[in-house]
Design a protein. Sequence first.
Lengths: 71, 330
Amino acid sequence: MGEQSEFERFCGNCHHHSMYKYPDIIFCFKRFEQGKNATFSTLDHCEQWELQLQECFCLRDALEKQSQKRK
Amino acid sequence: MNRQDLLNTPVRHMELKPNMTVNQLVRQFDNAGSFGAGRLATACDVFEDMVRDEKCTVFLALAGAVVPAGLRSVIADLIRMRLIDALVSTGANMIHDLIEAFGGHHYKGHWLVDDFFLYKYHINRIYDIFVSEEDFVKADKILIEMFDEIANETQGQVLSTSELMRLIGERVEDPKSIVRAACEANVPVFLPAMRDSEFAYIHIVHTRRNKKNEALLVDSFKEASEMVALAQKSERLGMIVIGGGVPRNAVQHAALMADKGLDYALIITADRPEYGGLSGSTPEETISWGKLKKKAGRVMVIGDAMIIFPLVVAAVLERLGGGFKREGNP
């Protein structure tokens, strides 16, 4: 719990994410199994967020794209 | 046999000319008759004999990543022309067919890449082919929802893999899809190792989405009876193998269980017999099991199926001509 709280919560660093549209949209099989909406922004997160320490480029690239849009 | 019997067929050296057709090139291979070229020429003869034999049921046993590598349309076209009567495949090849049917692509890549770099970019590699994770995920989603729909439609009925593939084929719109082509041509698609593919993950997620007694039921044993019944109905049996593995064994086993044995066998593999595996086993070894008849037309071509199979198909299509029609068996 303590270890996970060091990281900001994004779908892009969640254990359950798979790619749906790189880098913007992920697919969450955990929510899909539950019959819930499964496509989310890489920069979103939900109450079922679980950290995956091996960060993907999708999160980096989604954050980069977001900062470019804000300029 | 005397000495002269061994020295009565000289090698005729190949002569290559501008604008040669594929079949003309294969005829030159036959003139030389040596090494892989000679085997490839024999493979064309065996395939031609198989499809011209009106009483022969032709099985294509498909293993190895030939669909993502570029043989998707070749196989779909052979099915539509009914030059193949039954497809026995790995689950993976059908998944790759369906990835493209649902809008995904396979990309030319390279084998000398940093694979961990690919992993971070959500890209999967098959030797020198790249496939994006999202194309897999989109296919997974569509197929899981299809499984939901089919389970609802079949209401607890236990399906064979060929029945399931037909129901999937009915729902696929892409006319270039192998699964769609097989459904339209009434060619069964057997996946004897379906659970050893992405289909297993699809089924797991489908099962978790549905109540226990409402999930799709697939019985792999059921298709064994279907394959044997198909072999029993046929007067003669032919087998084309790309790769080997489970699909090849399934076809050979069906021929044996039908108490017949194969009449034709064309095997394309990169494997070698010395390691004792099924994929590298020679047609002659198959005779020892009763799975292939002693007098069967047969050949094993060792090499890259991505080179050999298109050459064989192109040469034989040229020989058959555009007007050739095959009804298919049975």
